[in-house]
Write a protein of this length. Structure first.
Length: 511
């Protein structure tokens, strides 16, 4: 039975509300900050910075920004760990018993982000509803509720000694674990499999369970989901996942840039039915979603109990959402119902529209290459990879890049470590298109590459199959699957040297 028509009626009002955001960005965002400050006024952090006094100020936004400092995770780590140990009313009212463990690709250490009941109730689950509501609005022919959803998540694996009742792991694990029973009935796989910790056991269990189901929609990180889909195809002995799930119609994806993977997904699915919808659902909150299939940018969720600030990369103080300028790239800061206050989440975003605000993720604040003044960001790299793949028929499984410093009569250049699903028809052409595209999208890189005075062309290094998975397993098996990902760009040689050493060992063992 197809319940989509009923769901369409239920979700229609949620989709319509965002049409009323035009002209009201400031009004909505001011209300979010007011609610957050009032809710947390009697917490330790609220008393420290005088949230009640800020609420009585003539301009609470100006008072808030002048009183409360911006912070990174290292600044709040002591508070977060006290919350993990059961203290109440620290960063947010009450006791928090769930925490999202981040792989810490920006800082190198694991982060434990509070997932409060308020953040689930007012942000994460409503954000999911927004995605479904707008998908139904964009696709009037949808039959998404005629069969099941396949949600790929992580686990509660961690290295902490926790008090009874406290759970630490991937955000997706908490979302699955706390999912309403009605939603749980239309989801695969069963919770026991979905929350398995060992990815080596989990992959075949996931694939087997999914291969026996009728699936209309899938949700997860593109790189990991591709592995699962191929395993399902292998079980069913077919080439395309649409031969297993003829009713598959949409992939709700996030976590990493989808563009380098799009061709592979298009090849596996039915182009007459399949849609792709990007979401920005991080450990720290659900921030944005794609609301137009023809537009890669995402609509910023203004009323999700998050107050946004944007710090210009060119310098200057953070500004609220109603003061951003289209075409500019900013570091995004949040204040939210999980107790994060003027928090730097580590992402940079480009503003594509201002009323309402639409953004694209430009990259991580610490995922870039600027060893030679070239300032290459993740978005630049993903565009270049996509163009090179399209030009050469290549398809990548994973990649990372970093600087090679000049020595032995060699100029400095970028090394790209790539694991292929399908190698390019010409490695030289792949490198040339990659280089050309980077110059087209990044004027600083173009200047450094001019006449190869400062930078030589990029160097492509093919690595052994499974190298990146092996690295993730080495730095912690719990990092496999879920929201975990390879750092795309590195401003030092640390990761590249580690991977190259592992790659050499793999070659030696296989020879």
């Amino acid at each position: 039975m197809d319940f989509t028509p009923i769901a369409r009626l239920i979700f229609s009002s949620r989709a319509k509300r965002t049409d009323k955001w035009n002209g009201h960005v400031e009004e909505i965002q001011r209300k979010q900050l007011q609610w957050l400050l009032n809710r947390a006024a009697d917490t330790e952090i609220g008393r420290k910075y005088g949230f009640r006094e800020i609420l009585n100020a003539p301009d609470i936004v100006a008072a808030y920004q002048s009183t409360v400092p911006t912070v990174s995770y290292d600044d709040i780590r002591p508070y977060a760990m006290r919350m993990v140990n059961g203290e109440r009313d620290v960063l947010w009212p009450g006791v928090c018993k769930r925490f999202a463990q981040s792989s810490g690709t920006s800082g190198g250490k694991s982060k434990y982000v509070p997932i409060t009941d308020d953040s689930l109730r007012h942000n994460h689950y409503p954000g999911t509803s927004d995605v479904v509501a707008h998908y139904l609005k964009m696709n009037p022919r949808s039959r998404i509720f005629s069969a099941k959803s396949f949600i790929l998540g992580g686990s509660f694996a961690n290295e902490l000694n926790l008090k009874k009742g406290v759970k630490v792991g991937d955000l997706s694990a908490t979302l699955i674990d706390r999912m309403p029973k009605l939603a749980d009935m239309v989801r695969v796989p069963e919770k026991r499999i979905a929350l398995m910790e060992d990815w080596c056991e989990k992959l075949p269990a996931l694939a087997m369970a999914a291969s026996k189901s009728d699936i209309t929609n899938i949700s997860g990180v593109p790189s990991w989901f591709l592995t699962v889909l191929k395993e399902v195809c292998k079980i069913k002995e077919v080439e395309k996942i649409s031969d297993v799930w003829p009713n598959l119609e949409v992939f709700f994806h996030g976590g990493i840039d989808f563009r380098p993977y799009r061709k592979e997904y298009e090849a596996l699915t039915d182009p007459n039915k399949m849609h792709f919808m990007e979401t920005y659902n991080a450990s720290e909150g659900f921030f944005a979603f794609q609301n137009d299939f023809s537009d890669h940018s995402m609509l910023l969720i203004l009323d999700g109990c998050v107050f946004y600030e944007f710090e210009p990369l060119s310098g200057g103080d953070p500004i609220p959402a109603w003061k951003v300028e289209a075409g500019k790239t900013y570091e995004m800061l949040i204040s939210s119902s999980n107790g994060l206050w003027r928090y730097r989440i580590g992402d940079t975003v480009t503003v594509d529209a201002t009323d309402p605000v639409k953004i694209t993720i430009a990259g991580r604040t610490k995922s870039f290459i600027n060893a030679f003044g070239e300032e290459v960001m993740e978005d630049n790299a993903n565009r270049a990879i996509q163009a090179a793949c399209e030009a050469t028929g290549a398809n990548i499984a994973n990649y990372t890049a970093g600087p090679f410093y000049a020595h032995d009569n060699k100029k400095g250049h970028h090394q790209w470590l790539i694991e292929w699903n399908r190698e390019p028809d010409s490695m030289g052409n792949f490198s040339a298109v990659l280089d050309k595209t980077l110059q087209e999208v990044n004027s600083d890189y173009q200047a450094k590459r001019s006449h190869t005075i400062f930078l030589d062309p990029p160097e492509i290094i093919t690595v052994q199959p499974g190298l990146f998975d092996n690295w993730l397993a080495m730095v912690g098996n719990h990092k496999l699957g879920g929201q975990k990902k390879i750092p795309r760009l590195n401003n030092t040689r640390k990761l590249l040297d580690q991977l190259l050493e592992m790659n050499a060992q793999c070659k030696m063992h296989s020879s």
